[in-house]
Design a protein around this ligand. Sequence first.
Ligand SMILES: C[S@@+](CC[C@H](N)C(=O)[O-])C[C@H]1O[C@@H](n2cnc3c(N)ncnc32)[C@H](O)[C@@H]1O
Length: 226
Amino acid sequence: MPRRPPRKPDPSLDLTAHLLTLDAVPCPCNPAALFTCPAPVELEVGSGKGLFLLTASGHTPGRNFLGVELAGGYARMCAGRLATAARTNARIIQGDATFLVRSMLPDACLGGMHVYFPDPWWKARHRKRRVLSAEFLRHAARVLPAGATLHVWTDVEEYFEESMGFAAATGLFAAARGEQAPPPEHDLDYRTHFERRTRLAGAPVWRAALDRNERPAGCERQQPPA
Ligand SMILES: C[S@@+](CC[C@H](N)C(=O)[O-])C[C@H]1O[C@@H](n2cnc3c(N)ncnc32)[C@H](O)[C@@H]1O
């Protein structure tokens, strides 16, 4: 059985090739310019401890993977894992994914988008903090070209149904396809850390893949505040 990576990155690790902060990224941001090899860029929103970025970049060397994570500690942990594995096709930005997607990314610039187990923000007064808002989904559709896929997985049925409703309301995605997760064969054989936690607890997971259709985007990139 493979050993789990260490929880904290080795403080002597050089993270400069893997960790960026949002204010160091040019606006507008051409995500392809953040990588040395030309390849489609897949964005993961809220990467947490970075299991998806680590495994996807290893399994799919012909694509680039960009994470964006609000929490500095998790972003560093994730960059540490990518640096330890010497990934050249994966990086993480520490910052707010909603700002990156709405205000920094140009139209049709990504090869795919992944949102796994976004924070549910249960209290009514905190709902506006949910990443998968109607506005975010309009911009997700704007930054994805026709045929690219948005993956949404969550353990919160109500959040899943709400976000599927927002996605359908854009008119910019085909009907959601269900996604299957194969039975895990070892401890790292899950899409993300939260998926592992949820499945080991025996709780259900809702999964959808939404393919961008051919219609033009219904909104323009928001101008960042001067
Ligand atoms: C419940 S955790 C899930 C982490 C990971 N996707 C997984 O499945 O293991 C949600 C993550 O999203 C991050 N997050 C929340 N809001 C965010 C935002 N606006 N931009 C970027 N990351 C965000 C949180 O810091 C947290 O790491």
